[in-house]
Design a protein around this ligand. Structure first.
Ligand SMILES: Nc1ncnc2c1ncn2[C@@H]1O[C@H](COP(=O)(O)OP(=O)(O)OP(=O)(O)O)[C@@H](O)[C@H]1O
Ligand SMILES: [Mg+2]
Length: 568
């Protein structure tokens, strides 16, 4: 909120200007009524301004009307500006908070996202973060003005009749007590409500993103029920919250009504004995009925602020989540790596009960082509994820060109890799932009060149709009093999010193595979390359083959001569 302190103070200033205007509201009525009942109420300063021809009664009426108008106009003009300013400040503040969260979430490790899922994180950014402005604009500022308004009302009441002011003064601590009792319960209840709402959203999120599977297995009803269960819990929570809040408002309201009744009796008796004029009584009664506003505001706000605090707390939990993969403060940059890789006693597990890699060690010179074999689930993808620091080894170190990966700048490190993921991921944009994802400035001819190498050019040209075809959300309008070839082209286009191909040809036919392997061979030349594949043809250009089994890496074949050549 700090960067917005200037704007916030301006809003506070405008709101403070409104306080005297609020206090003025009953005064014209007091003037009019006192004038009617024959009490001379014209203040001295106003008497000079009145035309001499007016009778005192009419002059008082004119003053009352003028006062009403001026106070009204001022109040509405001020609230006009206040509204605009508040909207601007709150929207900017939310935007900044959300962008901070978004950036942070992108930095958080995959371990975190694997655990939390996208739904909850989305909810925290989109639905919880806005509560920040609620605290400042709908909580703190109204609370300050409410306290001051309250003080003004009590002061004026005391000036008119101190006994009536005592009633107001007794009322205030009672109301604070009630508020205090309720706020904790509301806080707890609100925490549950937010959690349930976020869970309902996660179900929606998951179902919609996997709708193909849901439909194919006919599980719409079951997902619907899952959604309904979570949503019903949310509704129950909301009802409990509403019950708490409305009973709180009833309690506050009744306390004030009781106090007003006492004040009415006392006030009328004072009017009879001449201590107060009818107009004065009107002011006091008006203030008492309006005490509800600042007090109700204070206590009501308190409850709302509790709710907002819960939301902001959830958003901050996200912000406080430390990225597991971090960068040293004085991390070194890399221009272009040579591509020598060393694994030294590297161990890794997602779950401590199930180690994936156990003290894996190997060392390869720059430009080596490594084939990685192993059963499904052996940890091949995991091993290569460690190389790009998507996950951190639980023990041991990995060196690139003789330097521990952790000592490099993260962005620079990841820039050294061209990767074809096992599950190709496309974005909902054109084919050309998908291929040029890492280097948007690339010319069309380079994109086409990469597509040709990846055996994608032919099918792209058959699409009605060629390279400008939109691929739909996550590439839904392409076949599995087509998606894979686009992601191959993407890796081919990025001129990085290390190439990682995780089953690059698993979804294409054997003819296309042979062509892709031939094309990739040219690209692999001079680059350190890791190829994971179950098909021998994809591994034919690898000088070195490892098999991953039970968390251990064993060399299958060595082609020392070609390694030496590569090194040279
Ligand atoms: N994000 C994850 N969280 C927890 N466990 C995981 C995660 N990813 C993989 N695993 C587990 O780690 C082990 C190795 O997975 P990995 O994806 O590395 O296998 P793989 O050798 O690439 O298999 P495949 O040939 O099927 O692609 C598996 O037993 C898998 O269950
Ligand atoms: Mg894999």
């Amino acid at each position: 909120m700090l960067p917005y302190s200037g704007l916030l103070s301006l809003i506070l200033f405008i709101e403070l200007l409104c306080i005297p205007l609020t206090l003025l509201v009953p005064v014209p009525l007091k003037l009019a009524i006192d004038s009617l009942t024959g009490v001379r109420a014209m203040p001295h300063f106003a008497a000079h301004w009145m035309p001499a021809s007016l009778s005192p009664q009419n002059a008082e009426l004119l003053l009352a009307a003028a006062l009403m108008l001026v106070a009204g106009v001022l109040q509405y003009v001020l609230s006009f500006f206040s509204w605009l300013l508040q909207t601007y400040t709150s929207e900017r503040m939310i935007l900044e908070f959300r962008s901070q969260l978004f950036q942070h979430v992108q930095r958080l490790s995959l371990t975190f996202h694997d655990r939390k899922g996208a739904g909850d994180t989305t909810y925290r950014i989109q639905n919880d973060a806005p509560a920040l402005s609620q605290i400042a604009l709908k909580g703190t500022i109204p609370a300050i003005t409410a306290v001051l308004t309250l003080a003004g009302m009590v002061y004026i009441t005391a000036r008119l009749d101190w006994r009536l002011a005592i009633i107001a003064l007794v009322l205030i601590p009672c109301l604070f007590l009630v508020t205090h009792r309720y706020s904790d319960r509301v806080h707890d209840e609100w925490t549950h409500v937010r959690e349930r709402d976020s869970r309902a959203m996660s179900v929606l999120n998951e179902t919609l993103s996997a709708l193909r599977v849901v439909k194919a297995f006919g599980q719409e009803r079951r997902e619907y029920r899952r959604y309904l269960v979570q949503s019903n819990r949310y509704v129950r929570g909301q009802m409990q919250l509403a019950f708490l809040q409305s009973s709180f408002y009833v309690l506050v309201g009744l306390t004030i009504v009781a106090a007003s009744a006492v004040a009415l009796v006392l006030g009328v008796r004072h009017v009879r004995t001449g201590l107060l004029t009818v107009g004065d009584l009107l002011i006091v009664m008006h203030y008492l009925s309006k005490l509800y506003e600042p007090l109700g505001m204070l206590s009501g706000k308190w409850v709302e602020v509790q709710a907002a605090l819960v939301s902001v707390g959830r958003a901050f939990t996200l912000l406080e989540e430390a990225p597991e993969v971090t960068e040293y403060p004085n991390a070194r940059g890399i221009g272009r790596a040579h591509g020598a890789i060393d694994f030294r006693q590297v161990s890794f597990h997602y779950d401590p009960r199930k180690p994936v890699l156990r003290e894996v060690s190997f060392s390869i010179p720059p430009g080596t082509h490594v084939g990685l074999l192993g059963q499904s689930g052996a940890g091949k993808t995991t091993l290569l994820s460690l190389l790009t620091r998507l996950y951190e080894p639980t023990a041991g170190n990995i060196l690139l060109d003789g330097v521990d990966l952790r000592e490099y700048k993260l962005a620079d490190l990841r820039d050294q890799f061209s990767i074809v993921l096992q599950e190709p991921v496309l974005f909902s944009t054109t084919i050309a932009e998908n291929i040029a994802y890492t280097c948007p400035q690339t010319s069309r001819s380079d994109v086409v060149q990469a597509a040709k190498m990846a055996n994608a050019h032919e099918f792209v040209m058959q699409l009605p709009e060629g390279y400008d075809t939109q691929v739909g959300a996550r590439g839904a309008s392409l076949s599995g093999g087509e998606r894979q070839r686009i992601s191959l082209a993407r890796a081919f286009l990025k001129n990085a010193p290390i190439l990682i191909l995780d089953e690059p040809t698993s979804s294409v036919d054997t003819k296309a595979e042979a062509e892709i392997v031939e094309a990739a061979e040219a690209l692999m030349r001079g680059r350190t390359t890791f190829v994971i594949s179950h098909r021998p043809i994809a591994l034919q250009h690898c000088q070195l083959q490892f098999e991953l089994k039970d968390g251990k890496l064993t060399p299958l074949s060595w082609d020392v001569r070609s390694i030496l050549n590569a090194e040279r």
